[in-house]
Ligand binder design. Structure first.
Ligand code: PEP
Ligand code: MN
Length: 340
């Protein structure tokens, strides 16, 4: 249920409503728009208290949210959510951010070198996995906390915020301590304890769609994080599984306009995992920008043939540099900004 306060409502009016929500045993969720403040009272049987709020002088109207996901829906919040990552980087505004780096953090020097490469090409957020969800238990599993130290060190050295994946509840705390953004990977999109843990910490969360997750399920997973009080959620389309075997996954570009219509949350796309073939990553990245992505994730490695994970889809430094210029042109063509 959403309670919209009258225009120009004061802090004390907001408090009166949130206090009442708490008395009824629910958690208030406040969203301050340009003109109106909206307060969400989400949970089973919330509607039965509708009249108690309609009777308040400061309340403009009370309505029910029809969708199963509530806080993630456009009904709850009309304006696009802008997720602040650092002082000058925000995702969901006019500027499209390119998140780049190796698939896995492999060693200290490589992390710094790759960070320098992607930053000089115009990337604004550094990626790298310390905990790797590999299909085979014999494949490189990541450096763990040491890896987080390396990415933090690289990010600090060249002034770039960082993102890394957490696969367990304990790792959420560690990634949150070392990195600017906590990533929940495709394989864990419906790991509800993990989602709740990500919702309880303060750093923004990059939530990747699972390879067999519907858009509705993705938004319900986002709802798990939002419902814990962390409103800084970035959705990520990274390809789904279809009957097609010529590519690693099938990039669901349809998801972009659909997610944008259903939700106020920013949408980032990952063409590297989406297609899985270096030669075609650039083409799909341009398509992602054209489709309306708020950000793009690109895996880059100085020597992909030696990469410990996802070498075949990692771009070479020069390829990445050229691609960034092309992405900038596409961004301009669709009324966005990319390079400064
Ligand atoms: C990744 O980004 O490193 C990753 C493992 O991606 P996904 O969860 O989308 O497979
Ligand atoms: Mn990868």
């Amino acid at each position: 249920m959403i309670i919209t306060l009258k225009k120009g409502s004061k802090q004390k009016d907001i408090k009166a409503v949130t206090d009442k929500i708490k008395v009824f045993g629910y958690k208030p969720h406040i969203s301050k728009g340009k003109d109106f403040t909206i307060i969400g009272m989400i949970g089973e049987y919330a509607e039965k208290y509708k009249e108690a709020f309609e009777a308040m002088d400061t309340v403009e109207h009370v309505s029910e949210i029809q969708k199963p996901y509530k806080l993630a829906s456009r009904e709850f919040k009309k304006e696009n959510t802008i997720v602040r990552i650092s002082r000058d980087i925000e995702i969901g505004g006019k500027r499209i951010h390119v998140i780049a780096g190796p698939c896995a953090i492999e060693d200290k020097e490589l992390m710094i070198n790759t960070a320098k490469i992607v930053k000089s090409a115009g990337s604004t957020i550094l990626r790298g996995g310390a905990y790797k969800p590999r299909s085979s238990p014999y494949a490189f599993q990541g450096l763990g906390e040491k890896g987080l130290e390396y990415i933090k060190n690289a990010g600090a050295k060249i002034h770039m915020p960082t993102v890394s994946e957490a696969m367990t509840v304990e790792q959420v705390g560690l990634v949150s301590k070392y990195c600017s953004i906590v990533q929940i990977g495709a394989r864990n999109v419906q790991n509800y304890d993990l989602l709740k843990a990500a919702g309880k910490q303060k750093k923004p969360v990059l939530l990747k769609r699972g390879m067999a997750t519907t858009i509705k399920e993705l938004l319900l997973s986002a709802e798990y994080i939002l419902s814990q009080g962390n409103y800084n959620v970035i959705l990520c389309e990274r390809g789904i599984r279809t009957f097609e075997t010529a590519t690693r996954f099938t990039m669901d570009l349809n998801a972009v306009p659909v997610l944008k219509k259903l939700s106020h949350l920013p949408v980032v796309l990952d063409p590297s995992h989406g297609i899985g073939i270096r030669e075609h990553v650039g083409t799909m990245a341009k398509a992602c920008v054209a489709a309306g992505a708020d950000g793009i994730i690109i895996e880059v490695h100085p020597q992909p043939e030696l990469a410990l994970s996802d070498g075949p889809q990692s771009l070479l430094p020069d390829q990445f540099k050229n691609l960034m210029k092309e992405l900038d042109l596409v961004a301009k063509a669709v009324g966005r900004e990319l390079l400064y």
